[in-house]
Design a protein around this ligand. Structure first.
Ligand code: UDP
Ligand code: MG
Length: 330
């Protein structure tokens, strides 16, 4: 009997060129294990502007295990994954990118580790194919900086490609924070976790949907959600400049008392003013980042707005106009 259920979550933003192939590869993998497990594929259309949603509608009418959540606009990758997690009811939930950079076949290894008793199985990138050196270097730096300043043990070079058992998913569903860094949250939840190494493929087609602006937002979200170290930089710099000031005072006293020389010109003054002014603005900016996030959380807006849901039993059809704005999730 099909006892255990596997939910696969696939966030999609303008992925018309890859989505069918992704569907095919995922289906092939899931079919190979259908004697042991039943499954659902939950595609989240994150406000795509291309034909992604048409393709998804098509797939979901043809196959009952294909479910679709379509957002009213682009809410971002992490929020799309969150919506998938909220809707998933499998015994294990798998997160995978739509662009086939994460090989669906690795899911078989995930399941094996899960059966061995691990609650989280994450994929560690051994090599990244077909990505720019800029992306590789910034990503490498990002993961290492993050590791050095957060208390939670977030594995290096690990994306969202992973399996989580329902215990972990239940906890994730209860976390309502807005600027979320899902892989960090999963580490925070704990339980028995294990990594599997793999080589990250090239994108099957299309371009990255993570331009520099989104990458920066993503990194700042990650750091601010798990670390207060940037805030403490202010105290460190305060001590540092006080120490420099003390040396300056001692040096001037020495010049005054022991020699006839005096320091001339405005250069030294200007440097001190610029240095301290720059540092103060920088620290204000950092405080602003945290403050803005606190403000954002207190407004309690819903995390995302669903425009259409397909394949989820009763709620199958397009939402009726009256329901539209009430069908939102916190
Ligand atoms: N994605 C999304 N919303 C966004 C950006 C990306 O749902 O605003 C999806 C995208 O369709 C893909 C996954 O997130 O399935 C990862 O994006 P991408 O492959 O472009 O990122 P990269 O691998 O280049 O870091
Ligand atoms: Mg990708």
């Amino acid at each position: 009997m099909n006892s255990k259920k596997i939910s696969v979550i696939i966030p999609c933003y303008n992925e018309e060129e890859v989505i069918r192939e992704t569907y095919n590869r995922l289906t092939a993998v899931m079919k190979s294990i259908e004697e042991k497990y039943c499954y659902e594929l939950i595609f989240i259309n994150d406000g795509s502007k291309d034909k992604t949603i048409d393709i998804l509608r098509d797939l979901s009418t043809q196959h009952s295990y294909v479910k679709v959540i379509s957002f009213s606009r682009n809410f971002g990758h992490q929020i799309a994954v969150t919506a998938g997690i909220d809707q998933a009811n499998g015994d294990a939930v798998i997160l995978i990118d739509a662009d086939l950079q994460d090989p669906p076949e690795l899911i078989l290894d995930f399941l094996q580790k899960w059966e061995e008793g691990y609650q989280v199985v994450y994929a560690v990138r051994r090599r990244r194919e077909g990505e720019t050196w800029f992306k590789k270097i910034t990503a490498g730096l990002f993961y290492r900086t993050l590791k050095s300043i957060v208390d939670v043990d977030i594995p290096l070079d690990t994306g969202d490609f992973r399996l989580m058992s329902y215990e972990v998913v239940e906890v994730l569903k209860s976390i309502k924070e807005r600027h979320r860094f899902i892989r960090g949250l999963v580490s925070w939840v704990g339980f028995k976790q294990i990594g599997i190494e793999y080589d990250r493929d090239k994108r099957f087609a299309g371009k990255t949907k993570y331009p520099l602006k989104k990458m920066i937002k993503f990194s700042i979200d990650a750091i601010t959600s798990f670390s207060f170290v940037p805030l403490r930089v202010a105290s460190f710099l305060g001590f540092f400049s006080a120490f420099l000031g003390l040396i300056g005072i001692l040096f001037s006293l020495y010049l005054k008392l022991a020699t006839d020389a005096t320091i001339q010109g405005w250069t030294s003054l200007m440097l001190v003013v610029l240095f301290l002014g720059g540092m103060q603005l920088l620290i204000l900016g950092i405080i602003g980042e945290y403050l803005g996030r606190i403000y954002d959380e207190t407004r309690k807006r819903p995390l995302y707005v669903i425009a259409e849901k397909l394949g989820f039993g009763n709620q199958t059809n397009k939402l009726k106009p009256k329901q539209k704005l009430t069908k939102i999730n916190m």
